[in-house]
Design a protein around this ligand. Structure first.
Ligand SMILES: Cc1cc2nc3c(=O)[nH]c(=O)nc-3n(C[C@H](O)[C@H](O)[C@H](O)COP(=O)(O)O)c2cc1C
Length: 231
């Protein structure tokens, strides 16, 4: 699989089979992902790999907690600004439409939406998950480093025939995660990531993307004339 195919075939999969993911594969992927860049090579990622009975226990504890309507944990970082302005508000709305139409759920059917959301804490059935932490003393550039690392992980998973779903949802129940993983107090849980083989029966709508010119500006070289000839 070439890099283009890895990038374009990666998507957030929300339905996995229970086929286990071998430790060898996970070690291979995480060893290669460690080559991700980071400012001054800080490598600010702290990752816990959870599978088997431990993951089953964590999924059950988190799902039961959410199903019981317990309040979310106090946030350690802001997930989204409280008032998302345009164009982000519209993009979020269209993501919601895509997500719920794939499930055949009406936008105003809050119960069905809550049922769909709760699958987050079952890792959408995935047999493996990562929990990705960053040191609370570190700043925005290091969080960005973590993002590059996580994308590297997700692309490498594609090369192994695996799929993934990054999940900030896990940060909403971070204390339940901490009860199982006992991370040192200096770490903040950024997200979880479900990993596994896609369940071909799971329905989805591929999320769209803005046209290139909306997010990318090619700056003409200041020395070229309008017909492209150098001056
Ligand atoms: C940091 C991060 C956190 C995310 N958290 C969740 C989540 O909690 N639950 C979920 O179902 N999807 C989550 N997603 C997936 C996004 O909804 C998804 O990436 C986006 O809609 C684009 O779709 P695609 O990944 O299928 O291309 C998250 C993605 C990122 C990058």
């Amino acid at each position: 699989m070439d890099v283009y195919e890895a990038v374009t075939s990666r998507r957030s999969v929300r339905g996995f089979t229970d086929q286990p993911v071998s430790r060898d594969v996970l070690e291979r992927v995480l060893s290669a992902a460690a080559w991700a860049p980071s400012g001054s090579n800080l490598q600010p990622w702290h990752v816990y790999v959870v599978t088997g009975e431990t993951l089953a226990y964590l999924k059950k504890a988190a799902t039961e907690r959410v199903a019981a309507g317990e309040p979310w944990d106090e946030r350690e970082y802001v997930m989204y600004p409280p008032a998302l302005h345009s164009p982000y508000r519209e993009r979020r709305a269209s993501f919601g439409r895509e997500r719920y139409s794939a499930l055949g759920v009406a936008r105003e059917d809050w119960e069905a939406r809550a049922r769909a959301a709760i699958a987050n804490w079952d890792c959408f059935g995935a047999p493996a998950a990562l929990f990705c932490y960053v040191d609370r003393e570190l700043g925005l550039p290091q969080w960005s480093d973590l993002g590059m690392y996580l994308q590297s992980v997700m692309l490498l998973l594609r090369a192994e025939g695996l799929h993934s779903c990054p999940q900030m949802a896990w940060s909403q129940v971070r204390t339940t995660v901490a009860d199982v993983l006992s991370p040192p107090p200096e770490l903040v849980l950024f997200c979880g990531m479900s990993i596994g083989y896609e369940d071909p029966a799971a329905t989805y709508v591929r999320t769209g993307r803005e046209p290139l010119e909306t997010t990318v500006t090619f700056v003409d070289p200041w020395w070229s004339t309008t017909d492209g000839a150098a001056v």
